[in-house]
Design a protein around this ligand. Structure first.
Ligand SMILES: Cc1cc2nc3c(=O)[nH]c(=O)nc-3n(C[C@H](O)[C@H](O)[C@H](O)COP(=O)(O)OP(=O)(O)OC[C@H]3O[C@@H](n4cnc5c(N)ncnc54)[C@H](O)[C@@H]3O)c2cc1C
Length: 300
């Protein structure tokens, strides 16, 4: 990337801009080298101008939410990392629908719906992160994924803001097929009438369950591996004898064996080494090849 493009960008950009920003500050695993540029656009127009500027100079970009599902390699990211955190508006779209900006936090969306007597998305209450990240990952719990509750998505694609009905897109378990460079700007969620007390109960149940099961005591990215069809990744990891295994500062959690945790001072290399060992042992003991749920990005 050309030396210090910040000055040029600041001529039009209204958001926050940093150079050589350590991504360990922006990921829940607390590892990851620097991004050449780290930008937090003020709104969709700011984002569009930034992406057009980057595109015109062949500078790659990566959109992120809150980094709860990201493993950034130690050499960091060449190009720009764009946080969608400020595109966090939530609006009532009428007829039982809610429009949520990509940067809105999941629980805030559930609460917004609850105040209007709407529900059906209680399962995202305790999933840490933003709506953009949740849509990109088709995040979910208890057999439900957020895209099943989504009517349409607004994407920034090829410099243009486009609306897609969710049926036009291919998606599945922890998967949404987007094109390289697509950025999710917002989604319209189709909800159902729900008594606010019932939603409160769903939220409380979810948060309680997570406090007991996900409170692993160290930084993590939640489930590291996807559940293979009909199997639970944590059982396969347990059966392979990997609970508690360590590489450097990275460890298979003693509490939940599909969580890889940072016991302190871990590097991305530690996590990658540990993940490779887990995959190898699981394959040797069960014949199953685990696939990472966590997104692995950055320079080798
Ligand atoms: C304790 C814990 C528990 C968890 N429990 C669950 C769970 O029950 N279910 C579940 O599904 N996940 C779970 N997760 C994982 C994580 O919370 C989800 O994947 C969440 O949706 C990530 O959101 P985020 O905003 O942090 O996304 P990020 O981690 O920032 O990004 C995730 C991916 O989406 C892309 N992305 C983010 N925003 C955009 C955007 N606007 N446009 C295009 N691409 C984008 C990023 O490039 C990246 O590839 C858990 C994580 C933790 C730490």
């Amino acid at each position: 990337m050309a030396a210090s493009p910040c000055e040029d960008i600041r001529r039009f950009f209204r958001g926050e801009l940093r150079e050589n920003e350590p991504l360990s500050r922006h990921t829940s695993l607390r590892v990851g080298g620097p991004a050449d540029l780290y930008a937090v656009p003020e709104d969709a127009d700011d984002l569009r101008e930034l992406v057009a500027w980057l595109g015109s100079r062949d500078i790659p970009w990566l959109a992120i939410g809150k980094g709860y599902n990201l493993l950034v390699r130690d050499r960091g990211i060449r190009g720009a990392v764009i946080s969608l955190g400020r595109l966090n508006r939530i609006e009532d779209a009428g007829e039982g629908r809610i429009r949520a900006g990509a940067g809105a936090e999941n629980l805030a969306v559930v609460r917004f719906a609850q105040e209007r007597g709407l529900g059906g998305i209680g399962f995202i209450s305790g999933i840490p992160g933003t709506v953009g990240g949740a849509l990109r990952m088709n995040a979910g719990a208890y057999g439900e994924g957020i895209l099943e509750r989504t009517e349409c998505l607004t994407l920034l694609r090829g410099g243009r803001i486009c609306e897609f009905c969710v049926d036009e897109l291919e998606f599945g378990y922890r998967h949404l097929a987007l094109e390289q460079g697509d950025i999710v700007l917002a989604a319209v969620l189709g909800l159902e009438p729900r008594d606010s007390r019932q939603t409160e109960e769903e939220i409380r149940r979810d948060l309680d369950l997570r406090r007991s099961k996900h409170n692993v005591g160290f930084p993590s990215a939640g489930s590291f591996f996807k559940n293979p069809p009909g199997r639970a990744a944590w059982r396969l990891i347990d059966a392979a004898g990997m609970r508690g295994a360590c590489v450097g500062g990275a460890q298979v959690s003693e509490v939940h064996s599909n969580f890889l945790v940072n016991r302190g001072g871990a590097t991305a290399r530690d996590f990658l080494g540990l993940a490779a060992r887990v995959k190898q042992r699981v394959f040797e003991t069960s014949g199953v090849t685990l696939e990472e749920e966590v997104r692995i990005v950055g320079e080798e």
